[in-house]
Design a protein around this ligand. Structure first.
Ligand code: ADP
Ligand code: ZN
Length: 525
């Protein structure tokens, strides 16, 4: 059939095969493209790696007039333009990284109608000369990538996005397509509302990434834990996320010292070095990249076999995005999250520095992440719940809970009572370290200064190492048996603690030696 009399979707399929060389559409791509070609405003919600780009790239090739792609990051735009150019597609970008000459050349190309896809940052699109140029030429489609940036409830709010709604009304006959990998119902409503997409058709793909094995472990000896994990993943590619640049450098060094090939990646490195390290990872010259969250945007490496969170991510959104970089080829990949309450307090501390409105959102995000960490059900239930999706499968077979790899819970009532008694004897005025020192019978000067070596609880906890007391302490915190007062960092009993001291309630939890804790928990099939 000649192309000009084919139905729209057949044309789209033709382009999929002939231009991109792909066999078939992935779930929802077909519906979204059909909808866009029919000029219905559309909201497409798909997980990272789900294939959002084709949803506007294919219509762009079928529309007569220009398709504008709004994207927040210059580096991403550049990557996409390069990729499309390699496919023989005419795509350009106007941004501040271009020289004046390149800028003028691109303008000429656009003016002579030689561009199918034009990538712009929102602030560039808002410039009068650009706006006049493109509206003069005519626009058939405006695709707004990372559309969650428009919502204050999203994890990446960008005020420039707010003005897009106004701009889209200036393009007569243009269809608006919002795309995002963020799908909390709240953000979703916000995007549709803010973009003025009253009757937008919304397509939400499932966020369940079946091939990712999800494991959350208590962090105690993190370097050892990472090393054990890596020994199970020899010669595989993976990313290790850390909270700070300092931690990235340290861990990368420690891993190299232990015979692993790891490179650092963070915003404190020279641009050159960063690029070099990233390329080395993509080309398999190094197995491991140790990175801050700066790493991974727009990285399309299909065979990342694992993602480790050495430190706690900010929220479920970031966690999901980051683990989402693993297993894009569909093969099993392992995600290990080393959790500690100390990390959670660190994040809470940063939240407290924010403005009030932001604080509320960030608090809520942290709370949701804590629920995911502390859940005693399949990890996928809480994870997908965050994206407004109900996970009903009985056993996912791909998380620590469903594979029975959560550590066994034993009766820890007696050591818990010892710990709580030591708190009572010291009038709940001290922090964890002091209580632990009393229990193990330390004669440090802080202990002697308060005559705490005279207490009946002094030295009654010698059966536990400091590591084990720390685990017990965390377990008590986790179960809301004790609280940590923020200002003085002293520990307080909750009503639950009273019941335990009176012997009315028992406590169950996990106390393990670090070696046991980190023994492998994978279900390789
Ligand atoms: P997203 O923007 O949703 O994160 P991309 O659009 O970058 O995802 O697509 C992720 C990867 O999947 C890319 O390598 C892309 O070429 C590939 N891809 C997309 N759609 C298809 C398809 N229908 N068939 C095969 N590969 C596809
Ligand atoms: Zn599960």
């Amino acid at each position: 059939i000649p192309l000009d009399i084919m139905p729209d979707i057949a044309k789209a399929e033709h382009v999929l095969h002939e231009v991109f060389g792909f066999e078939e559409f992935r779930s929802l791509q077909k519906d979204i493209i059909q909808n866009v070609l029919a000029k219905n405003d559309t909201l497409a919600i798909m997980p990272t790696g789900g294939g959002k780009s084709l949803c506007y790239q294919i219509p762009a090739l079928l529309f007569e007039r220009l398709t504008i792609v709004v994207s927040p990051l210059i580096s991403l735009m550049k990557d996409q333009v390069d990729q499309l150019t390699a496919y023989g597609i005419s795509a350009s970008t106007l941004n501040s990284s271009l020289s004046l000459q390149e800028y003028e050349q691109t303008l000429d190309l656009i003016r002579s109608n030689k561009v199918d896809l034009l990538y712009l940052a929102p602030e560039t699109l808002m410039k009068n000369n650009v706006l006049n140029l493109v509206s003069g030429l005519g626009v058939d489609c405006i695709a707004i990538d990372e559309a969650h940036c428009i919502s204050e409830w999203g994890h990446d709010f960008r005020p420039e996005y707010r003005q897009l709604a106004e701009v889209t009304t200036r393009f007569d006959g243009a269809v608006t397509l919002g795309l995002t990998a963020t799908a909390t119902p709240q953000v979703q409503r916000d995007i549709a509302g803010s973009l003025g997409l009253k009757n937008a058709n919304t397509f939400v793909a499932s966020f369940n990434r079946k091939n990712l094995y999800l494991d959350v472990a208590n962090k105690n000896d993190s370097l050892q834990q990472v090393i054990y994990f890596l020994q199970e993943h020899k010669n595989e590619s993976g990313i290790i996320y850390c909270f700070s640049r300092r931690q990235v450098d340290k861990l990368a060094n420690d891993l190299n010292a232990n015979g692993f090939s790891a490179l650092p990646y963070h915003a404190g490195l020279e641009e050159n070095e960063r690029m070099r390290n990233q390329d080395a990872f993509i080309r398999d010259e190094t197995n491991i990249i140790v990175a801050t969250i700066a790493f991974g945007m727009g990285i399309d490496k299909p065979d990342v076999r694992f993602v480790i969170h050495h430190d706690m991510p900010k929220n479920i959104e970031s966690y999901y995005q980051q683990i989402g970089r693993a297993g894009r080829d569909g093969l099993q990949s392992d995600c290990l999250f080393l959790f500690s309450y100390g990390d959670a307090s660190k994040i809470r501390y940063f939240i407290e520095q924010k403005a009030e409105a932001e604080q509320r959102v960030a608090e809520q995000h942290l709370q949701q992440l804590m629920e995911f960490v502390e859940t005693n059900q399949c990890r996928r239930i809480k994870l997908l719940e965050y994206f407004g999706e109900q996970f009903t499968q009985e056993n996912c077979g791909m998380c620590d809970f469903c594979t029975g790899n959560t550590p066994e819970r034993e009766n820890i009532t007696v050591p818990a009572q010892k710990f709580l008694s030591a708190m009572v004897r010291t009038e709940q005025r001290f922090g964890y370290h002091h209580i632990k020192n009393i229990l193990v019978g330390s004669r440090r000067k802080e202990v002697l200064k308060f005559n705490h070596d005279q207490l009946s609880t002094h030295g009654i906890g010698k059966e536990f190492s400091s590591q084990e007391w720390k685990q017990l302490y965390r377990e008590l915190m986790r179960q809301d048996i004790i609280l940590r007062e923020v200002k003085h960092k002293s520990l307080k009993l909750t009503p639950k603690a009273i019941d335990i001291l009176k012997g009315k309630e028992q406590v169950f939890g996990v106390i393990e030696e670090p070696e046991q804790k980190t023994k492998t928990r994978q279900t390789k099939s």
